[in-house]
Ligand binder design. Structure first.
Ligand code: A3P
Length: 325
């Protein structure tokens, strides 16, 4: 049981001892809470968040499974919600756009990884202007418990599970400061297929938001990484409209859509000084969030057997849901 528990110790001990537990790909103990798997510290942060978060109806929440395109969606959301004029101005003066000065993860913190990691009443003074933009990797039912029926806007991004897995493998290896070894990919693959990884199972995570978007399309937007790649203009306009800040005709004509896309492009963000040398408040090198951003890159790493097995699970879980996969 972690030190410095803010929750009543006994309550937490009794909760955690009542939960199913399992071991992930690095031998870490995970607990199953509300159908998803988390490590001890994360679980405590989620409980802090569910208990302490005070939502505002204007809040925007970026949700995703890790490595599905969170960084990009954070950047795009900052891009469309900060006045577009700021982009214009920053071209002509030293008054730079926030995305040129900081990594999207510092601009849009995660509830369970950042804000509520240590306390159910974190300091929110940095969020004095509206809309407040937050992020999470928890599934919709767990998030909704914290939102307490307020009408926040939730934007979810998902991605082909095979690319998510390979991206995760590279990211984990970078965090551990080791080369991406095949043995790690193989054990991650097993954990993934069993669903026992942070926030997993992947498929149930996606389905929670997919169903949420069907039930409440005004408050839950469901985006796909691959669609953002193939039709970025259409998807960015969809995002802006959903967030109640649609592009005006004038903005469309003067190229604001393209400018935001360019500012948020992998190439541009990756080459910014702040993303080459910076470190997030959690201690992750900014550069680790930017790799290739290619669709289908997993083909280069997964064996045909691995692909077949994961395709069968996807078919089994998503078939009949109406989700195009
Ligand atoms: P790859 O590892 O396949 O390259 P997340 O942001 O959820 O952690 O996901 C990381 C993945 O998104 C990585 O994928 C990364 O390269 C890609 N990515 C990061 N920023 C991006 C951007 N601005 N545009 C497109 N893809 C981006």
């Amino acid at each position: 049981i972690p030190k410095n528990l803010e929750r009543d110790d006994e309550e937490y001990v009794s909760l955690i001892s009542s939960l199913p537990s399992d071991i992930d790909f690095v031998g870490r103990e995970l607990f199953k809470y509300q159908e998803s798997w988390y490590g001890n510290k994360m679980l405590q942060a989620i409980l802090n968040f569910q208990r302490g978060f005070e939502p505002q109806d204007t809040d925007i929440i970026i949700a995703s499974f890790p490595k599905a395109g969170t960084t990009w969606l954070k950047a795009l959301t900052v891009g469309v919600t900060r006045p577009v004029a700021l982009l214009e101005r920053s071209k002509h003066s030293s008054d730079a756009h926030p995305l040129r000065l900081d990594n999207p993860h510092n601009l849009v913190p995660f509830f369970e990884l950042d804000l509520y990691a240590k306390s159910s009443k974190p300091d929110m003074t940095n969020f004095s202007s509206t809309p407040r933009v937050f992020a999470t990797h928890v599934p919709l039912h767990t998030l909704q418990e914290a939102l307490k029926n307020s009408s926040c806007k939730i934007v979810y991004v998902w991605r082909n599970v095979k690319d998510v897995l390979v991206s995760y493998w590279y990211f984990k290896s970078a965090l551990m400061k080791v080369e991406a070894e095949r043995s790690l990919l193989e054990s991650m693959f097993e954990s993934f297929c069993r669903g026992v990884s942070y926030g997993g199972p992947f498929w149930e995570h996606v389905l929670s938001y997919w169903r949420g978007s069907l039930e409440d399309s005004k408050n839950v937007l469901f985006l796909k990484y691959e669609d953002l790649k193939t039709e970025p203009r259409v998807q960015l306009k969809r995002l802006a409209k959903f967030l109640d800040c649609p592009f005006t005709v004038e903005e469309e004509e003067n190229g604001s859509v393209e400018e935001i896309l360019e500012l948020c492009s992998l190439r541009n963000l990756k080459n910014l000084e702040i993303n080459k040398i910076g470190i997030t408040s959690r201690g992750v090198d900014h550069k680790n969030f930017f790799r290739k951003g290619e669709v289908g890159d997993s083909k280069n790493y997964l064996t045909p057997e691995m692909e077949k097995r994961i395709d069968m699970i996807t078919e089994d879980k998503f078939g009949g849901s109406g989700l195009k996969f």
